[in-house]
Design a protein. Structure first.
Length: 163
């Protein structure tokens, strides 16, 4: 038996049974273009980050709603909003982000596109929240950039043809 994949008459390679159990078709090496192993691991990390940061954003929102004086008062700010209003926004986005993170961890197909959209929204919201919690906002922005990258570059491996 040769190491080359068997070719169909049309010239396209077919699944070589010697690769069973690897989850990798013979014509696509692991870790190759399209994200590969780093992005696949990144999706799990992105799911965990989305779930945890969603829960933390919900707590951040609850803190802003419950006690308007939790965050420091700032002077004139271009994107100024009532902290209770920010609290409701952060609470809603946090709950949806935590749900999407859970969806990523369970392998839900909808969660990848939703995750990119929510991480983008979270990035913008954290930028707007920067004067109220600058250190946390910068960390959250960096995590959101990673989540967007991991979800945008990940290409799940196609299942091998049966038969």
């Amino acid at each position: 038996m040769s190491d080359q994949p068997h070719a169909q008459p049309s010239g396209s390679p077919v699944w070589d049974p010697s690769h069973q159990g690897t989850g990798t078709p013979p014509d696509r090496p692991p870790g190759g273009p399209g994200g590969g192993a780093v992005a696949a691991g990144g999706v799990v990390f992105a799911g965990v980050i989305m779930f945890v940061s969603g829960v933390l954003a919900a707590f951040q929102g609850i803190a802003a709603i419950a006690r308007d004086d939790v965050y420091a008062r700032i002077g004139s700010y271009v994107y100024e909003m009532n902290l209770i209003g920010w609290g409701w926004v952060l609470l809603a986005v946090g709950v949806v982000a935590a749900s999407t993170g859970w969806g990523l961890l369970t392998g839900a197909v909808w969660a990848r596109v939703s995750g990119i959209a929510l991480a983008s929204l979270s990035l913008v919201l954290q930028f707007l929240f920067l004067p109220y919690a600058p250190f946390w906002a910068v960390i959250q922005i960096a995590l959101d950039v990673f989540v967007i990258w991991a979800l945008a570059t990940y290409e799940p491996a196609a299942s091998p043809p049966r038969g």
